[in-house]
Design a protein around this ligand. Sequence first.
Ligand SMILES: [Zn+2]
Length: 183
Amino acid sequence: MHGPFTTRFPVFLIALFVFFIAASSNAEPPALSTDGRICGAQAATYLDARLAIWQQRMNLADWKISLVVSHASDLKPKTLGNVHWDTKNKTAVIRVLDPADYRVACRDALSDMEMTVVHELVHLELSSLPRSQASRHDEELAVNRIAEALIRLDRQGPPASPSANNLRAGAPADSGDITASSR
Ligand SMILES: [Zn+2]
């Protein structure tokens, strides 16, 4: 039985609070090829490495988490990713939008894909808490803020690129799937 899954709402929020984590590595996505196929191939390697780092930081290293790069047609409309988890077996699958479906440069796409990964990991952190239809919107707002703060601390710079933020802001806040079933 799979646990509930969440869909990342593409809403950009300014993180207003400080979330303390272990020292960061000031990581920036590498400047990669503008060729979509090459970007996609390099994205998997880059994101797998980043996932491992974030799992350690967020004390989720005991979870077996798989990343699946997915085309927009495999995600809920106007969303950038989602997560499915199995609490009993401590397994999860995070789907992130394929860089080929971003309308931004490869580097910006990777930056935003990493944001999706962190966002979904925060959902995973909260997975043991009670959830309801009513709490979903508030959880989404909190997850967005925490993920933004974590990424900002990691990069020690301004928020994610304007292009990526525009993409996040492009969908209504209630566009996510709020059912508690697995696909
Ligand atoms: Zn979300």
